[in-house]
Design a protein around this ligand. Structure first.
Ligand SMILES: Cc1cc2nc3c(=O)[nH]c(=O)nc-3n(C[C@H](O)[C@H](O)[C@H](O)COP(=O)(O)OP(=O)(O)OC[C@H]3O[C@@H](n4cnc5c(N)ncnc54)[C@H](O)[C@@H]3O)c2cc1C
Length: 558
């Protein structure tokens, strides 16, 4: 049996920052991850990270207000105040750790415009900001001597005496299951993009963290709030960063019109993501699209700027569509990108289950509410990663640990034995996963209807039944990716049900959740979070009030 003070599940930016903080606070911290740390999805972040630095006349209050407005007033304002007031320090710290941020013409840290914000406050490393940050954080982790269980897969959380006290995990190299005991556990297991097909998210983003918490009895919150990014490639859902519009790219329809004039006359292409995605989808639905897309036009930016600041997306457009952004507009459409909801936490990452913390995309603090501002997620990972690492280290030091019975291991062992023992019935996890993805994308997308979501719920329950007998064809022990994919599919189906049940419950339109039957925001009835917990009768819903500190809800226009 292995044992640590603090065990962090996930080696993306949230996990690495949390582990480093716990280590710096004197705890024996360890990280467990199903892929090599720098293959975490944080690596794919392109556009940048927000912070209001006072040396350029910006204020954190302005950043906080725009985050509140972006969230369509569903974000908790006390948490948003923490996020934005700690942002400056977090950026400077990243710089000191070694992230080589792009500079402006005076040699200062450069900024670019991002959506939903009047000021340029997005710091960036060309269009591969996440990669630059993740590699630097990994260097820091290696330097700290923190143990990494690399290519280990967590199958469940251990709850003893009402507290989370460790995990059961599989060493994927040997297929062996182990107990890892820990004084505190931090979930930093990332998002659930792959519930949708297509998505901008990596194949590994399967909602494991949210499902692990849900099964262990910790509630999820704001799960209906799924962000569709306005600019993804039609062919495969690959992201074209918002930085393209931040640098000045235009969106045009089949008639060559900059259609955002109609929807957001002040902010145009840089309105909030939910607003731009709805505008695009309306243009497409009303027949002004181009082959199911709209066009993103960068030509007027010039080849030099594209090469200096947006080289990666130019490569992506060339590779997949043969389009040189300096010469031709690229077809784009809204695509699934980010989950605003997640495991409910306080501002120190603590979930309602003692001993369990969560940070990053799998958590819901809630700083993003109904709609996340671009470049606020990387910020979320490092601010709340650090805070949860510090809090978990203290909790672990002050709390006695229970004995974990050996029988705990056999629950997961028996489950896996049962999966491997199933007879081939012709069904595959890949087929169920694809059906789930298209169902979510058909019915739980930019525009939602009651009927569509009821259909989705029925389909998900049907897929769940098929999941109960789906065979694992590979019976081997070493790197059994067929088995891992089957376990991930179980997590995905669980998350999907919580999204649809929460979305059906919210009978209004707010942020990313637009219900055709209830097109208005309804503060009187729905200025509250929907929380969902597992129960014997299926998902159980509760409400939590939204924390308002200084910004009363207003009409939201851009
Ligand atoms: C293409 C793309 C571009 C983006 N661009 C930006 C941007 O410019 N700015 C911005 O602010 N945000 C951006 N985002 C969002 C942001 O990158 C993510 O929300 C954030 O990086 C998530 O970090 P994380 O640490 O929470 O999780 P991740 O980086 O996704 O890491 C999750 C970790 O959990 C581990 N894990 C998961 N399940 C298990 C399991 N069962 N057992 C063991 N380990 C497990 C994985 O191995 C991985 O290490 C982008 C997202 C995408 C997809």
């Amino acid at each position: 049996m292995f044992e640590h003070d603090v065990l962090v599940i996930g080696a993306g930016l949230a996990g690495l920052r949390a582990a480093l903080a716990a280590n710096q606070a004197g705890a024996d911290a360890a990280v467990i991850t199903k892929v090599h740390p720098v293959r975490s999805h944080s690596n794919a972040a392109q556009g940048g990270i927000n912070a209001a630095l006072t040396d350029r006349g910006d204020t954190w209050e302005e950043h906080a207000f725009e985050t509140v407005k972006g969230s369509d007033y569903l974000g908790d304002q006390d948490a948003i105040e923490v996020l934005c007031s700690e942002a400056g320090r977090a950026i400077i710290e990243q710089e000191h750790y070694g992230v080589i941020f792009s500079r402006d013409e005076n040699g200062r840290l450069g900024t670019r415009n991002f959506g939903g914000q009047q000021r340029a406050r997005t710091f960036f490393v060309a269009d591969f900001t996440g990669q630059a940050m993740l590699h630097v954080m990994y260097e820091q982790l290696v330097k700290s001597g923190t143990r990494v269980y690399e290519e280990w897969f967590v199958t469940s959380l251990i709850v003893e005496d009402g507290r989370c006290q460790g995990v059961i995990a599989m060493d994927m190299m040997s297929g062996q299951l182990h107990v890892i005991k820990s004084g505190a556990v931090i979930l930093a297991a990332g998002g659930l993009g792959r519930l949708y097909e297509p998505t901008t998210n990596a194949l590994i983003c399967t909602g494991d963290g949210m499902a692990l918490a849900y099964r262990a009895g910790a509630p999820l919150m704001d799960m209906e709030m799924v962000q569709y990014h306005p600019t993804t490639l039609k062919s495969n859902g690959v992201l074209i960063t918002e930085a393209a519009r931040g640098e000045g790219a235009h969106l045009i329809n089949a008639n060559g019109e900059r259609f955002m004039e109609k929807y957001a006359p002040n902010m145009m292409e840089l309105a909030s993501r939910d607003v731009v995605s709805r505008a695009e989808q309306t243009e497409i639905n009303e027949g002004r699209g181009v082959d199911g897309c709209v066009l993103l036009d960068l030509r007027h930016l010039g080849r030099e700027k594209i090469h200096e600041r947006l080289q990666y997306i130019n490569e992506v457009s060339m590779d997949f569509l043969g389009i040189d952004l300096a010469e031709q507009p690229v077809p784009v459409r809204p695509g699934m990108h980010y989950q605003m909801g997640g495991v409910k936490t306080d501002v120190d990452g603590a979930t309602p289950l003692p001993g369990l913390y969560a940070a990053g995309e799998c958590a819901c603090v809630s700083v993003h509410g109904g709609n996340r501002l671009g470049a606020n997620s990387l910020l979320d990972t490092i601010v709340f990663g650090r805070r949860s690492g510090e809090a978990a280290a203290i909790y672990s030091r002050e709390t006695a640990r229970a004995d974990i019975p050996e029988s705990r291991l056999s629950v997961d062992e028996d489950h896996i034995k049962e999966l491997l023992g199933r007879q081939d019935n012709g069904d595959t996890p890949a087929a169920i996963r694809l059906e789930l993805g298209t169902t979510m994308n058909d019915y739980v997308a930019v525009f939602r209807t009651v009927e569509g979501m009821q259909t989705a719920l029925e389909k998900i329950r049907g897929l769940n039944e098929r999941y109960g007998t789906v065979p694992v064809q590979d019976k081997g022990k070493v790197f059994n990716t067929n088995l891992i994919a089957t376990l991930e599919l179980g997590f995905m189906l669980e998350c999907a049900e919580t999204i649809v049940v929460s979305a059906l419950e919210r009978k209004e339109s707010r942020g990313a959740h637009f219900m055709t039957e209830f097109p208005q925001r309804d503060d009187e009835k729905w200025l509250k979070h929907i929380m969902v917990s597992q129960s014997a009768d299926g998902p159980k819903l509760d409400y939590v009030p939204v924390t308002i500190t200084q910004w009363e809800p207003q009409v939201r226009s851009y």
